[in-house]
Design a protein around this ligand. Structure first.
Ligand SMILES: Cc1cc2nc3c(=O)[nH]c(=O)nc-3n(C[C@H](O)[C@H](O)[C@H](O)COP(=O)(O)O)c2cc1C
Length: 313
């Protein structure tokens, strides 16, 4: 699905369609180019009748993407997808009885790359006085300062008990609690993940396992993840990080090579989330940059080709 990349051009003239396809950070763009040879005044009239404006633009922010998606569905009738921007072959559709082509140009492909990446950040602690808030505040700012959207999943802020029924064990998803469905949508909509984990008794904090395990592997699959661990001692949570790596791989995330370990976390960050150590700040910048690279690469590939289903165990 590339709804986030399209601008409607209801012109029958290719030059107009192309001119409208300038990539933009602010608007969703979709192009429908009515086939010139088949199009005639009848075709033009029909399109104009369906869509009184010759151009529709939808803001990238707020409800713009959803409006564009609905508008696309309306215009394309029963088609639920538009072609990948990297597939240059025009796709023929019938629109109000007129056969037309959807064109995907290089300009659209550029605009896909400019979409703001969504990074979901998992907090791994729900303890009063937890250090994760210091680390999380800093990491969130770094993600945002590199032009990405940061979405925090905080076990403390969710109405979460010790796992009883994960989302995928509900006989029908609509019967699952709203908070589960809402947060599952955030995870599914993410382009990448960051996990912030302390080390509890040489392992993963229960709040983190509990949070992750509420959602199905399918919600995590085919997105990169960066692991940041910390502790108040000298090991920086490294043992939790080692255990986390196979866990995230098993649920289908792609663990990126860089990992960050933060010893004496209480000294590395101020209470308001300022990073006080150059080495730690540099490492966080590196993992966020690397995550941006992998998120972009995987996002582009997902737009070109549907990911394969998960493994059979
Ligand atoms: C139950 C528990 C077990 C812990 N076990 C370890 C441990 O195995 N290794 C370690 O370096 N620190 C350990 N610590 C200390 C944590 O690294 C430190 O408290 C850290 O701040 C916890 O993260 P949080 O403040 O975000 O909850 C443990 C802390 C708790 C509460």
């Amino acid at each position: 699905m590339i709804w986030k990349s399209v601008l409607f051009s209801l012109s029958t003239r290719p030059s107009v369609a192309r001119a409208l396809l300038q990539p933009t950070r602010s608007y969703v763009t979709v192009a429908i180019h009515v086939n010139c040879t088949a199009a005639n005044s009848r075709g033009t009239n029909l399109v104009n009748f369906t869509h009184p404006k010759s151009t529709e633009r939808f803001p990238r922010e707020g409800t713009g993407l959803e409006q564009a998606r609905k508008y696309s569905c309306m215009s394309l009738g029963s088609r639920s997808t538009v072609p990948s921007p990297s597939a240059p072959t025009p796709v023929t559709v019938t629109l109000g009885g007129v056969t037309g082509r959807i064109i995907c140009t290089e300009a659209m492909s550029t605009s896909v790359k400019k979409d703001k990446l969504k990074i979901v950040i998992f907090y791994g602690s729900s303890r009063p006085g937890r250090m994760v808030e210091r680390v999380g505040t800093y990491v969130k700012n770094q993600v945002e300062s590199q032009g990405m959207e940061a979405i925090i999943l905080d076990p403390e802020a969710l109405p979460m008990e010790i796992l009883k029924v994960p989302l995928h064990f509900f006989p029908s998803p609509e019967k699952a609690p709203e908070w589960l469905r809402e947060n599952d949508a955030k995870i599914r909509g993410a382009d990448g993940f960051l996990i912030l984990s302390a080390e509890y008794n040489c392992g993963i904090p229960p709040a983190l396992s509990n949070l992750i395990d509420h959602f199905p592997p399918a919600s995590y699959r085919h997105r990169p993840v960066g692991i940041v661990t910390y502790s108040m001692g000298s090991l920086g949570g490294v043992r939790a990080g080692i255990i986390l790596r196979p866990k995230v791989s098993d649920i289908g995330m792609v663990a990126i090579p860089t990992a960050v370990m933060i010893p004496a976390v209480q000294n590395a960050f101020s209470a308001d989330g300022q990073c006080l150590e150059e080495r730690v700040a540099g490492n966080i910048t590196k993992i966020v940059q690397e995550l941006e690279w992998y998120s972009t690469a995987i996002k582009n590939q997902r737009a070109v080709k549907e990911p394969l289903p998960g493994p059979m165990h």
